[in-house]
Design a protein around this ligand. Structure first.
Ligand code: HEM
Length: 326
């Protein structure tokens, strides 16, 4: 009898211990009931909607921000920190925008329930809302992320615009994302811009390191227009802005990006490489261009990206302002 009671107590103790050590998880509607009578997700949506109506390009800023956030040590708010030597100061992040919107959302939330909603959750919720406003499908994201107490420029190792399919695949692989996820996520280049500096040497004037050579994978008409009108070969055009997708759909979340790749009109090498002859991703581009699957697969890929290496439970902190540690 004593034996059986001891075994029972041991079993109970192990169960309790097991539950206590189980890692906290992201949850649907994590903030329900945690901000008084306020609906956290509705507050985020309200701020994003107001901004989007004045500045539709905010969808591009936020999508890029989510990638540069989650692609470096996970979706942990590390990108938002100001100060010398933080992620924000690393070269690939110097042209990232959208920080002010995240700060605006945080201000609104802090007025209603201070110290409750993490900056990393705000990034993911705001991006989701902007995608919807720009014509993408609605989707649910789980919340409960916490903000990391660390942000180092030296950790930023994002792929460059000239990456091959193999290099890009390796990068996404390290985040736990597959090649299809990568092709879908690069579909974010359906919105936003780049600068002539990202394509001048690699695509227009010294393809393959050869002076005067133009990338043969670039549609000749586009090459002509870029070389003569948009990005002429002089330093003053380095900062000239070029749409990543065609100009008629440059701020719309749609599948047109893949159609452009089929026509050799992708702007960045990394994009056009997805449709290279013999590229393992070529059939994926065809599938996404020729069907309506992008509309529901893109949100799924964004959700996967939004859950890379998150902090939860008692890890990290809930920042009071997004650009400073507490
Ligand atoms: C191999 C991966 C990727 C590379 C090499 C890459 C590269 C680039 C480059 C060079 C720019 C232009 C920056 C500038 O000139 O200011 C850009 C812009 C952008 N990227 Fe990517 N990107 C990648 C993946 C992604 C992913 C996964 C997303 C989002 C899910 C994304 C979203 C965007 C957006 C929306 C813009 C436009 C930003 C704006 O107009 O404000 N990119 N990307």
């Amino acid at each position: 009898m004593a034996h059986r009671r001891a075994a029972f107590l041991l079993a109970v103790a192990l169960t309790v211990l097991g539950l206590a050590t189980t890692q906290a998880q992201l949850q649907n509607g994590f903030y329900k009931g945690k901000c008084g009578a306020n609906d956290v997700e509705a507050i985020v949506q309200g701020v994003v909607k107001a901004r989007f109506s004045r500045e539709p390009a905010v969808v591009a800023h936020l999508l890029r921000l989510q990638f540069h956030e989650c692609g470096v040590n996970g979706c942990d708010g590390g990108l938002l920190i100001d100060g010398p030597g933080t992620e924000k100061t690393a070269p690939p992040n110097l042209s990232v925008k959208g920080y002010d919107l995240i700060a605006d959302v945080k201000t609104e939330l802090e007025k209603r329930c201070p110290g409750v909603v993490s900056c990393s959750d705000i990034e993911i919720l705001a991006t989701r809302d902007a995608v919807r406003l720009a014509g993408g499908n609605a989707y649910t994201v789980r919340t409960g992320r916490r903000d990391r107490r660390q942000s180092k420029a030296g950790d930023v190792n994002l792929p460059g615009p000239e990456s091959t399919v193999a290099q890009a695949t390796a990068f996404f692989g390290k985040l736990g994302l597959g090649q299809m996820d990568m092709v879908l996520l690069l579909g974010a280049h359906t919105v936003g811009v780049t600068h002539c500096s990202a394509i001048k040497s690699s695509r227009l004037y010294s393809y393959g390191g050869k002076a005067g050579a133009t990338d043969p994978n670039l549609d000749p008409y586009y090459a002509f227009v870029y070389k003569n009108y948009v990005c002429p070969n002089k330093p003053s055009t380095d900062n000239t802005v070029v749409f990543l997708d065609d100009q008629w759909s440059a701020l719309k979340v749609d599948k047109s990006f893949y159609k452009m790749l089929q026509k050799r009109r992708g702007v960045l090498s990394v994009d056009q490489n997805l449709y290279g002859h013999g590229a393992p991703t070529r059939w994926m581009v065809d599938m996404l261009a020729n069907t309506e699957n992008f509309s529901w697969l893109f949100p799924q890929a964004l959700v996967k990206l939004s859950e890379v290496n998150v902090l939860t439970g008692a890890q990290g902190e809930i920042r009071r302002v997004c650009n400073k540690f507490n």
